[in-house]
Design a protein around this ligand. Structure first.
Ligand code: SF4
Ligand code: SF4
Length: 117
């Protein structure tokens, strides 16, 4: 658990940030995350989860975009920073993520229990 928290912090610090199209949420949808990251997100009811899933959306997506931006899961952070998860609107950081870090993140996903956000 503690080591997962350290890994999450390590990865967050190494995923490059970039500016999105204002208000865009084209890459949002149902995502999964670790228990540690889930614990930092506000709880949502079963009904809110079901409503989001019925629209193939995320329960944290609001009218003005992601409502949990500072604590959004790793997969949301990774989007647009690698040619394997390209932004459909052509946005990207100046320098894409280090492929070794990306690989480590995918290993982390495979090795930890991931739950639907
Ligand atoms: S990464 Fe691209 S698709 Fe996703 S929110 Fe940003 S601009 Fe929109
Ligand atoms: S957590 Fe935020 S960025 Fe990630 S899918 Fe949900 S609304 Fe989009």
């Amino acid at each position: 658990m503690t080591s997962n928290i350290h890994k999450i912090r390590f990865f967050r610090e190494r995923i490059p940030s970039f500016e999105c199209v204002p208000g865009c949420h084209d890459c949002c949808g149902p995502v999964t995350t670790s228990a540690e990251e889930m614990a930092r997100l506000p709880a949502k009811s079963d009904a809110e989860h079901e409503a989001a899933l019925a629209e193939w959306s995320c329960p944290h997506l609001g009218d003005k975009g992601c409502q949990v931006y500072a604590e959004r899961p790793l997969i949301c952070r990774l989007f647009g920073t690698t040619p394997r998860l390209p932004c459909p609107n052509g946005k990207r950081p100046e320098v894409m993520i280090d492929p070794r870090i990306e690989q480590q993140i995918h290993r982390f996903f495979a090795e930890t229990r991931q739950v639907l956000v």
